[in-house]
Write a protein that binds this ligand. Structure first.
Ligand code: NAD
Ligand code: MG
Length: 403
């Protein structure tokens, strides 16, 4: 039925006025914890996204399954020896398969609107930087890339007009309530920490804690590395450094509070005494959905927050005696000139050593501390500087690991 009289112009919006084309997306590290949650959100609204590429290091089976599920044009496996297996798994699907570091970089350079950077560790730096360099919206989960190359990364964001959206729940929360137009009205920001599985452990129990105990996080289900980082509180220290770069605030304007329920994720305290916070159930699909839909809000299946059911929210001061990692990160941030790069690299080595049963839980932070003492500082101007310092730190930490 015609609703319009002849000669009358329509006031309603047409498809031409609205951008209804699917958002072109790439997911780096799709088989990990953040990656799987991202794929889960994408597959729920297939008409809204066109997946260009997904990448993983070694899990061929999951990568191929995801590629078919979201109809990705390309799937990249980091481990080159697995190229044949990926090709075979994708045979007849029309999905392109590639492998190796160069292929990962090529994938992150393919023009898209949105990239999820969810590779773990400094291994994600190069690909994340390429996503930034194409001026895309970059959803940043890979906090280590900011810790090891923060100034460089933020400069590239500026140069290429990229939009960096934090995925880390605390930073995502702060981003949602941070008045970027009136920075002078902000007194400080607060990132919360669950306290991890050893929040109530004494030093004796922590000394004999096993990898299984360390990765059993009370509130979040995450990858192994970040789970161990949560147990040492190194994760919160890395997040402190991450917050410094994301919000351009000095260390003394970033506070950390232990909040075992993980409901209040981050807060911004304003000069008038107002404190704005973002709350939500501990489910990464909420912050990921925020970045995937941005600037719009999209639905997420994460459990709804029921405050009366939770009933009680508690907050504590972090215990710096039992958890020295937080102060170590604060010191590294204050020092600058490569210290965070050394810290992050040494931590990766120490965490792997702990997971492999080579060192005890308390040795993780000791190794990071010793590596910071040993490795000479150098200025970070280029990506090559980052890689050189990262390599020297890994070598030094590995030597400490061996005894
Ligand atoms: P994960 O270990 O579960 O997944 C890591 C992903 O990176 C996998 O897809 C893996 O294949 C890929 N990968 C690993 N090594 C690689 C390499 N050398 N080259 C290329 N790809 C490689 O990790 P995760 O828990 O999903 O965490 C990913 C990032 O997000 C980390 O930086 C972490 O700190 C951050 N983060 C995670 C959570 C969470 O809930 N898991 C929350 C906040 C922030
Ligand atoms: Mg976090």
């Amino acid at each position: 039925m015609a609703l319009k009289n002849e000669g009358e112009t329509t006031q309603s919006l047409t498809a031409g006025d609205l951008d209804l084309s699917p958002r072109r997306v790439t997911v780096l590290g799709s088989t990990g914890s953040v990656g799987c949650n991202t794929i889960d959100l994408i597959r729920r609204q297939p008409e809204s996204y066109r997946v260009e590429a997904i990448t993983a290091q070694s899990n061929v089976e999951r990568l191929a399954e995801q590629a078919c599920l979201v109809k990705s044009r390309l799937a990249v496996i980091g481990d080159e020896s697995l190229y044949g297996a990926l090709k075979e798994a994708l045979a007849g699907t029309g999905i392109e398969a590639t492998a190796g570091q160069a292929a990962l970089i090529e994938a992150s350079q393919r023009p898209v609107d949105w990239v999820m950077a969810a590779i773990v560790g400094a291994a994600g730096l190069a690909a994340t930087l390429e996503a930034v360099r194409q001026g895309a919206i970059v959803a940043l989960a890979n906090k280590e890339s900011l810790v090891c190359a923060g100034s460089l990364m933020m400069a590239e964001v500026q140069t290429h007009g990229a939009t960096l959206l934090p995925v880390d729940s605390e930073h995502n929360a702060i981003y949602q309530v941070f008045d970027f137009e009136r920075r002078e009205s902000i007194d400080h920001i607060i990132i919360t920490a669950s306290g991890g599985p050893f929040r109530e452990f004494d030093m004796k129990s922590m000394a004999v804690a096993t990898p299984d105990q360390a990765i059993a996080h009370p509130n979040w289900k995450m990858g192994e590395k970040i789970s161990v980082d949560s147990a040492t509180l190194m994760n919160k220290g890395l997040e402190l450094i991450e917050a410094h770069y994301l919000f351009n605030l000095p260390s003394d304007q970033i506070k950390v509070v232990i909040h075992p329920q993980s409901v209040v994720h981050g807060l911004v305290a304003y000069v008038d005494g107002s404190v704005l916070a973002q709350l939500g159930s501990p489910d990464m699909r909420t912050p990921i959905a925020f970045t995937l839909g941005w600037p719009d809000r999209i639905a997420s299946p994460s459990p709804r927050l029921d405050l009366t059911e939770i009933a009680k929210l508690t907050f504590e001061v972090p215990d710096n005696q039992r958890f020295p990692a937080l102060n170590l990160c604060r010191e590294a941030l204050k020092e600058g000139s490569g210290a965070p790069t050394i810290l992050s690299a040494a931590n990766e080595i120490a965490v792997h050593g702990f997971l492999a049963g080579k060192i005890g839980f308390l040795d993780i932070v000791r190794i990071v501390e010793k590596t910071l003492e040993r490795v000479p500082r150098s200025e970070i101007i280029s990506l090559e500087d980052v890689y050189a310092l990262d390599a020297a730190s890994r070598e030094s930490a590995s030597a400490l690991l061996r005894g």
